[in-house]
Design a binder for this molecule. Structure first.
Ligand code: GLN
Length: 550
């Protein structure tokens, strides 16, 4: 069977949840026994989102192979339980970079290099890469942006051509659009959808299936109207109304028959989808026995998407522990040793988040200290782990000036320091310690207990490390280095024994948490936090009908 390509475009407005629709469709097709992956095409000129501010673009999602990618790839991995790579995320910047590099090498010698055909050809070759690997029955291609955007045009044109290059029977277009409810008129309106389909048609693309996002259910007359004006069959108008949790969307899409229509149209071998474990997970997410509050201390907390994978990892770990984790967002800039007790009041766990730069560091150190001294479960991730080490060096080891050279180049005790191989790097893009690295766990550690195996691999994104020349001071004073990178002897995990759960990790465990495989350290951290909550009267019992967004 040749690989089938499903192109997903978006219309009317951004933020309709195209990534979730793609991931949900992917999940449904996998549940039918098909091999599926998803690719995201992003129309911006950055080569990758690695150099973008989290306020600008949300979390940078790092893959095993060290690609810095769009956060939608996180949804793909979490829903599909697959591993993505650089090939799964292509930006306009990357396309131009490749074309211009080829031009300089003389690959187009004699030719005028143009958007059509050179850029559109390059887009097509990137799209075909995943299919050509022979690993997939279906490649879902999410096209970022909204139809009608100038910058999306080359992608739409590339898709139009691809339909003919791989055969029309092997491709399908799904268009995600908005059917807004106008309160004043008391009606759902189809005009924006009609216009966005018209815009697609102007570029030569006719959608095969329309997924209509709406706050209200679509009645028969609205569905027929959309079908009639947009040249699709009535069954190809799929309603996508707001769900209790993003993880419920695959179930709602199945009810609407999205996967069934895709199977029929692409002539894919159809088996009944097996969604038993997914259903169990959604039930656990939407109907937990209780809830606890965990503080997330970071400097980008106004923009929750900056910590997307952490929030999702909490949902996965919460389901395992039959408990909803409510995140208490704490802006590290606002925390001081004077107000920390009040700020952390009522929380059963403290997570100090990853980040860059010195802003808010003293607030993070205050949070670490409070959690350490008051025996509240603590989880430090990347910069959060570095803060745990600095705090320990200062307040337990007595090196009051200890710091990271990221924040103070002149510190007497650079307990966190830049790696020698990072010192001469001048470019900012793609030059950190990125991607998957091995970590060997020590006996008698919380980490080993959580993972249940000695050798693990996790993803990284940082320039600084625990200073190997000074780490003796930490161990002399009781901090345990319970995970080490075997190749370079770098500190990956730190723990403290005289504490119910105090773990800092140099890597990003949140990036590998999926619905089917919740990340073990998150599961254990939430378990410890539930225990803390129960013994401190901080556990809120819920009736078994509570919904996740309540
Ligand atoms: N800024 C720190 C470093 O580069 C931590 C990075 C992070 O938290 N991802 O090492």
């Amino acid at each position: 069977m040749s690989t089938k390509y499903i192109f997903v475009t978006g219309g009317v407005t951004s933020s309709l949840g195209k990534g979730i629709i793609c991931a949900s469709l992917g999940r449904l097709l996998i549940a039918r026994g098909l091999k599926v992956t998803i690719q995201k095409l992003d129309p911006y000129i950055n080569v990758d989102p690695g150099t973008m501010n989290p306020y600008e673009h949300g979390e940078v999602y790092v893959t095993d192979d060290g690609a810095e990618t769009d956060l939608d790839l996180g949804h793909y991995e979490r829903f599909l339980d697959i591993r993505t790579s650089q090939t799964n995320n292509v930006t306009t910047g990357r396309i131009y970079y490749d074309v211009i590099t080829k031009e300089r090498q003389g690959a187009y010698l004699g030719k005028t290099v143009q958007v059509i055909p050179h850029i559109t050809d390059e887009i097509q070759s990137h799209v075909l890469k995943l299919g050509k690997s022979g690993d997939y029955d279906v490649v879902i291609v999410e096209i970022g942006g909204t139809v009608g955007d100038i910058e999306s045009l080359p992608y739409i044109e590339a898709v139009r051509q691809l339909k003919y290059n791989v055969g029309r029977q092997n491709t399908l277009n799904i268009h995600l659009t908005l059917v807004p409810f106008l309160a004043a008129a008391g009606e759902l309106k189809t005009k924006p959808t009609q216009h966005s389909v018209k815009t697609l048609l102007e570029s030569g693309l006719q959608p095969d299936i329309l997924v209509c996002r709406s706050e209200h259910s679509l009645d028969e007359s609205i569905r027929s109207k959309v079908a009639r004006f947009c040249n699709v069959e009535r069954e190809d108008v799929i309603a996508s109304i707001d769900a209790r949790s993003i993880y419920e969307v695959p179930l709602l899409m199945k009810e609407e028959g999205l996967d069934q229509r895709v199977i029929e149209k692409l002539n894919l071998p159809a088996t009944e989808p097996n969604l038993e474990s997914w259903l169990g997970f959604v039930e656990a997410v939407c109907n937990p026995s209780g809830s606890i509050e965990i503080a997330l201390v970071g400097k980008y907390v106004e923009h929750h998407d900056s910590y997307k994978s952490i929030v999702e990892a909490f949902i996965h770990a919460g389901a395992v522990n039959d408990c909803k984790v409510k995140v208490k967002w704490l802006q590290s800039d606002d925390l001081t040793s004077e107000n920390i007790m009040e700020q952390l009041h009522g929380v059963s766990g403290v997570l100090v988040a990853p980040g860059f730069g010195g802003r808010g560091i003293e607030g993070k150190l205050a949070a670490v200290r409070y959690a350490r001294e008051n025996k509240i479960p603590f989880f430090g991730i990347c910069l959060g782990m570095q803060c745990a080490v600095i705090e320990y060096a200062r307040n337990v080891c007595g090196w009051t000036d200890a710091n990271s050279t990221e924040f103070n180049l002149d510190t007497e005790y650079p307990i966190i320091d830049i790696m020698p191989d990072q010192k001469d790097i001048e470019n900012m893009g793609g030059t950190m310690r990125l991607g998957k690295y091995a970590c060997k766990l020590e006996q008698d550690s919380k980490a080993l207990e959580a993972y249940g195996k000695e050798n693990v691999e996790e993803r990284h994104r940082h320039r600084y490390e625990v200073n190997n020349n000074l780490r003796y001071k930490l161990t002399e004073n009781g901090m345990k280095l319970t995970g080490l990178n075997p190749e370079r002897d770098l500190v990956e995990i730190v723990e403290i024994d005289e504490h119910p759960w105090f773990v800092g990790v140099q890597f990003h465990p949140e990036l590998r948490s999926t619905v089917s495989n919740p990340q073990p350290l998150f599961v254990d951290f939430v378990k410890a936090s539930v225990k803390h909550a129960k013994s401190n009267d901080l556990f809120f019992s819920l009736k078994k009908s509570a919904a996740i967004n309540s």
